[in-house]
Ligand binder design. Structure first.
Ligand SMILES: CC(C)(COP(=O)(O)OP(=O)(O)OC[C@H]1O[C@@H](n2cnc3c(N)ncnc32)[C@H](O)[C@@H]1OP(=O)(O)O)[C@@H](O)C(=O)NCCC(=O)NCCS
Length: 181
């Protein structure tokens, strides 16, 4: 379930966002202070181009899903997500399912885009297996404080979502089966 991010959830989200496993896969990789986090939340609340959601499973918050560059005129957006440290296996798949349903059904987008740092193979594979298409490689696009790294751009069109949703739902069911086997 996705619910709009609330001010009282900021300390929890800051903890997740500052986890090295999350930070290393984000464009802004420096540790974020509580003060910066507050400013950031204020800027999100006043920007119609960005929306942040808490993903909860059985009532427990386990991740963040966000949309940026929301362009109503073009019906397009960028999206991203991260999970809480120690979130159960399959959380990423379930967040992707909810995020894409929200994008194509609730927001009625005709296209959803994302950019993934090339070293983040897990997420690139996750998106490709879901049905995102590669749309570009931005060479030396991201600087991680030590080196320049390529960034992969992926996209999905609304007409592709029904088929992709079946594939993703199957994977979620398979993950559950493997976990309980
Ligand atoms: C991206 C993220 C949300 C994925 O969440 P997750 O709960 O670990 O993902 P899942 O358990 O649902 O697994 C997703 C896929 O990755 C695979 N996977 C999970 N853990 C893995 C691991 N340690 N090594 C390789 N593959 C792994 C799963 O098998 C699954 O693929 P499959 O359907 O082919 O089996 C989480 O890893 C995260 O927060 N990463 C840091 C932030 C980030 O990179 N965000 C994206 C920025 S664009």
């Amino acid at each position: 379930m996705l619910t709009e991010l609330l001010a009282e959830q900021l300390p929890l989200v800051l903890k997740w966002r500052n986890d090295p496993a999350v930070r290393q896969n984000m464009y802004s990789y420096e540790e974020i202070s509580p003060q910066e986090h507050k400013h950031w939340f204020h800027s999100v609340q006043t920007d119609p181009g960005r929306r942040y959601f808490i993903y909860s499973c059985s009532g427990k918050p386990t991740g963040v899903v966000y949309f940026s560059n929301l362009m109503p005129f073009k019906q397009q957006a960028m999206w991203g997500f991260y999970s809480a440290p120690g979130a159960p296996r399959g959380t990423g798949l379930r967040m992707e399912l909810e995020a894409l349903d929200f994008a194509f059904i609730d927001l009625s987008l005709q296209k959803l885009n994302c950019e993934v740092i090339a070293t983040n193979k897990k997420v690139i594979n996750l998106h490709r297996k879901t049905g995102f298409q590669d749309e570009g490689l931005f060479r030396n696009y991201h600087f991680d404080g030590h080196r320049y790294i390529d960034v992969v751009r992926l996209g999905m069109i609304r007409s592709e979502w029904p088929q992709a949703k079946k594939v993703l739902t199957d994977r979620i069911i398979r993950t559950k089966t493997t976990d309980t086997a």
